[in-house]
Design a protein around this ligand. Structure first.
Ligand code: SF4
Length: 359
């Protein structure tokens, strides 16, 4: 059968990548920072097309995976202690905390609503008033503008039983923490996040770390082209930041969305699974919006975050290990019975390996 255009283009790119990779000695490891890229890479079988001396490794871009266990416990304690309802995106519902998951809290009679858009939580808040509704705010720069907009609407409409428990993360501090690793040689930069942040904001990868980056979309051909660009830049020792997703990402990003986030949230220190506390890598409320801060309104003391010592999630999301090195993978830890968040999240690396195999 005649190959499709995509198959021919993929074969040509794979050939060009192999040719490029023949020009350097040793293995070059490129990190896909974004969880959506992890799934796209595994579902399309891209890794099977790459030469042995190019490895794609996962990064910290799966928001559920980098969120510490204590966040789930904090939410459950708030709900129990203050008779509050919880609203969350579906990915979080089965993430295990030390005291169980949101799903088990719901099974015990807790009020947990799965929503598809932050705006849904305002409608729920109106229905259940005066009972408080706590929205679990997890995500990166792609998510925070819509949540900031929701908080702003809540303020304008004086919806005073709506609160947000924040565990937002910002990508630059984590990327800076990883960029110095000598076994990472380039970065596939997140497409959706870059639509908000732009392209020039990644220049520090080149100026401070002498490493290349390519902002890339989620189609297999786009990712292959980005890998070729990274490989070529390694060969020429000419690191740059390339925008490979020009249909969506503008050089300057989306200043309006960033201004909205800056109005509602301010940088705070944040704990990342695998990376520890990174200064100014999270978001809390600005003074103007602090009335919506669930942490301030419903103080609780969650147990210290302790992952199952056998779980390798922390090493996996920093590119140091792959899921098949975890003794629990596919045995005690499966998507049906997850031990760690990398298996729960639809963007988790363990879930991707389980669903699509190692290649
Ligand atoms: Fe953790 Fe499960 Fe992944 Fe092992 S397979 S690292 S236990 S999430």
């Amino acid at each position: 059968m005649k190959p499709t255009y995509e198959q021919s283009a993929a074969a040509k790119l794979a050939h060009d990548i192999r040719e490029s990779a023949e020009k350097f000695d040793g293995v070059r490891r490129f990190m896909e920072v974004c969880g959506t890229h992890t799934m796209a890479i595994h579902s399309s079988g891209i890794r099977s097309l790459l030469p042995e001396n190019i490895a794609l490794v996962s990064g910290p871009g799966c928001p559920v995976c980098v969120t510490e266990k204590s966040f789930i416990d904090e939410a459950v304690l708030m709900a129990r202690g203050y008779d509050a309802a919880l609203a969350t995106f579906g990915d979080l519902i089965r993430v295990p905390g030390a005291m169980g998951s949101l799903a088990s809290h719901r099974a015990e009679g807790g009020d947990v609503r799965v929503i598809y858009s932050p705006a849904d939580s305002l409608a729920i808040a109106a229905q259940i008033a005066p009972k408080p509704l706590i929205f679990l705010g997890v995500g990166f720069e792609t998510t925070t503008p819509t949540i900031a907009a929701t908080v702003k609407i809540a303020k304008e409409q004086s919806i005073n039983n709506f609160f947000v428990l924040t565990a937002f993360k910002t990508i630059h501090p984590a990327l800076k923490a990883l960029a110095g690793k000598s076994d990472l040689h380039g970065f596939l930069l997140p497409g959706h996040v870059s639509a908000i942040l732009g392209v020039t904001c990644y220049d520090y990868l080149v100026t401070d770390f002498h490493k290349p980056g390519v902002v890339v979309g989620f189609e297999a051909l786009d990712i292959l082209l980005a890998v070729k660009n990274l490989s070529d830049m390694v060969v020429s020792d000419d690191p740059r930041i390339i925008n490979g997703y020009k249909t969506v990402v503008r050089e300057e990003g989306n200043p309006t969305a960033r201004a909205l986030v800056d109005e509602v949230f301010r940088p705070t220190d944040a704990a990342w699974r695998g990376l520890g506390v990174i200064p100014k890598s999270g978001l809390g409320f600005t003074e103007l919006y602090r009335a919506f801060d669930a942490r301030e309104r419903f103080p609780v003391t969650p147990p210290e975050s302790k992952d199952d010592p056998r779980c390798r999630c922390a090493a996996i999301i920093t590119g140091s290990k792959t899921p098949d090195t975890c003794a629990l993978f596919g045995k005690e830890c499966t998507p049906e019975e997850p031990v760690g968040p990398c298996m729960v999240s639809s963007e988790g690396t363990c879930a991707a390996y389980y669903k699509y195999g190692a290649l």
